[in-house]
Design a protein around this ligand. Structure first.
Ligand code: PLP
Length: 277
């Protein structure tokens, strides 16, 4: 069944009981769909939510029908609707919500010369081990962090509660240090980004040495290059983090983003809500 309303008893609304994916779509095709779908499936499996298989064909059909150059498709999957209380029956039917909107326009000079970033004072707490890496519907830390700036910065970086660099408010972070690509290992939290994975694969293909490990904030000062990644904005060079200045975009950032070769910009709206499967 396809509808345009979600009951107020939906557990995504009541408890954040679900997962989501945000995908860049180019010329009617969602990019890196297999990666997004694998993360969605992993999230659903770990939460015990049946994967709404029909959502994938709806997504492909809706994005294909719009055929716009650059769109963002967001797919939310929730456990479904129940009465009050955390308990749920084993045969509950999930709900899914698909929204398609214009990809945000990113001024070309930001992509070429980098974005200004701040260090947030909001810290990312250790995640419940059962939830590490998932793009689940509980995003309150990111929402609190996003209150820390307006438009003067493009993104904020968060440390975790152990004092290590964690990720961006809505992105993952990479450093180029002594010729090596370094990124937080994210064993205790953060979203395991689809673009982060693509960058790690690209680095392997380009034979760049990579370290995924705990990263101290002081290492940002020593970095030759810093860049951010997310599925919608791709690889985004950083030109400053508060008073730290970088020559952006640096050669490694350019090599990686050239290899990945998908830059976003503009485009159209639509929406659907459905029940799985
Ligand atoms: C908190 C957080 N970390 C990382 C990412 C990057 O993930 P992806 O590359 O899958 O977009 C996002 C994306 O929205 C995010 O919200």
């Amino acid at each position: 069944m396809v509808a345009d309303r979600l009951p107020i008893s939906d557990r995504g609304l009541q408890f954040g009981d679900g997962v989501f994916e945000t995908m860049l779509c180019l010329d009617g095709v969602p990019l890196r769909l297999d990666g997004h779908w694998a993360r969605l499936q992993d999230g659903c499996t770990r939460l015990g939510i049946p994967v709404p298989a029909a959502a994938r064909s709806h997504l492909l059909a809706a994005v294909g029908a719009l055929g716009e150059r650059r769109l963002v498709a967001k797919l939310v999957v929730t456990r479904g609707c129940t009465e009050r209380g955390y308990k749920f029956p084993p045969d509950l039917v999930p709900n899914w919500v698909l929204t398609i909107s214009k990809a945000p326009a990113l001024p070309p000079e930001l992509r070429a010369h980098g974005v200004a970033v701040r260090m947030c004072s909001t810290r990312l707490a250790r995640e419940d081990a059962q939830l590490v890496g998932l793009k689940h519907l509980n995003r309150l830390t990111q929402i609190l962090a996003r209150r820390e700036w307006n438009d003067e910065f493009h993104e904020g970086l968060l440390l975790d509660t152990d004092g290590n660099l964690a990720e961006g408010c809505g992105s993952n972070v990479f450093l180029v240090l002594g010729g090596r690509l370094v990124t937080p290992s994210m064993e205790h939290g953060g979203v395991h980004g689809i673009m982060r994975r693509s960058v790690l694969e690209a680095a392997r293909a380009l034979r760049l040495p990579v370290d995924a490990r705990p990263v101290l904030p002081a290492e940002l000062r020593a970095a030759d290059e810093v860049f951010l990644t997310n599925a919608v904005q791709g690889v985004l060079p950083v030109r400053s983090i508060d008073t730290m200045i970088y020559a952006a975009a640096g050669p490694v950032t350019r090599r990686l983003s050239g290899h990945l070769n998908d830059l976003p910009v503009s485009t159209a709206p639509a929406g659907a809500i459905g029940n799985a499967p």
